[in-house]
Design a protein around this ligand. Structure first.
Ligand code: FES
Length: 323
């Protein structure tokens, strides 16, 4: 079996230590943070729609960058406080100017298509963050774009920035009904060659994408950004053989493969534990993977040569791993 392609490209283990240089409240629940190089150097540029993985204590989470990506002297993210989350957003909300923080290099699974004739951006709630990055880049590069933004009346974070980019052409919706009633005509009335980019709650994104597909949009022109893999609840038990030691273990349906490996003292590098960062890739020697991650491409998934062990599982009874 050939070497897994994912192992060949940089993963988030490549990190930077940056300094918090700005903290501001965008709404009662959403706070924006900017991180800059401690030595004052410019940061690596990034593709619009990129995210970084922020490591804070034992928590790691990925956050979309809101800048355009061109010549950044700081990386800015917006973090919604999630009281029911894993504690990552609570830890982030404690950060203060002057603190140091470990972040991955930016990576993108939501890049704009340079050949698109027009970019139709659709955002709901905190999903505005990667879309704002796209909108800023489109404005800076003179690319044709438009934005439909759905938000609760009191929580239109980044609304002012969106208004200043789009002026009166920005379409704002403070309820789903008015958005739903104009979505169909928006999807009908785009120039040929338009690409659609959507970000927001999972149900919102799937309803937008489903309608676009029903109306004949080719899937290559539909792009979406998820904040974490849809883990789809517990899975089935399966067996894993570790080729290097010959050991065999059972992964129960209620545990991830990563947790099962940790349970027998095998540590696999990991960060997000949500299937987005790419850090926990493990080479597969035998068996088919039930891919639940958002990191591997469809082509990589079809090879069944890599499993993102924090969320993905075995399709059948068994997997053999190069561990
Ligand atoms: S730890 Fe991030 S994809 Fe598994």
């Amino acid at each position: 079996m050939t070497a897994i392609p994912v192992a060949m490209r940089p993963r988030v283990s490549k990190q930077m230590i940056l300094e918090v240089v700005d903290v501001r409240d965008l709404s009662p629940k959403v706070r924006s943070f900017s991180f800059a190089s401690i030595s004052g150097q410019q940061l690596p540029a990034f593709v619009p729609g990129s995210h970084i993985v922020v490591e804070l204590g034992s928590k790691s989470n990925s956050y979309s960058l809101t800048g355009s990506g061109q010549y950044p002297d700081a990386y800015t993210i917006s973090v919604a406080l999630a009281p029911e989350g894993n504690g990552g957003s609570k830890a982030m909300h404690q950060l203060q100017v002057g603190d140091s923080i470990k972040v991955s290099y930016p990576r993108s699974a939501f890049a704009p298509v340079a050949s698109a004739r027009h970019h139709l951006f659709i955002a709901a709630g905190i999903g505005i963050t990667p879309i704002l990055s796209h909108a800023r880049a489109a404005e800076e590069l003179g690319r044709s774009s438009s934005l439909m933004y759905v938000f609760r009346p009191t929580s239109g974070v980044h609304l002012q920035e969106c208004r200043s980019i789009y002026g009166t052409t920005l379409t704002e919706y403070t309820d789903r009904e008015s958005f739903n009633s104009s979505l169909r005509s928006a999807l009908l009335n785009q120039p040929i060659g338009t690409h659609l980019y959507v970000c927001g709650p999972a149900g919102f994104m799937s309803s937008v994408l489903r309608l676009a597909e029903e109306m004949g949009w080719p899937t290559e022109r539909l792009h979406s950004e998820h904040f974490e893999a849809d883990v789809q609840g517990p899975g089935k038990n399966f067996q894993v053989t570790l080729a290097q030691s010959g050991q065999t273990i059972t992964v129960p349906g209620t545990k991830s493969l990563l947790e099962a490996l940790e349970g027998i003292g095998i540590s696999v590098p990991n960060m997000c534990r949500k299937g987005v960062c790419g850090e926990c890739a493990v080479p597969v020697l035998k068996g088919r993977v039930e891919h639940r991650d958002l990191y591997l491409t469809d082509e990589e998934k079809a090879l069944h040569e890599t499993v993102m062990c924090c969320v993905s599982r075995a399709q059948e009874q068994e997997l053999e791993l190069d561990l």
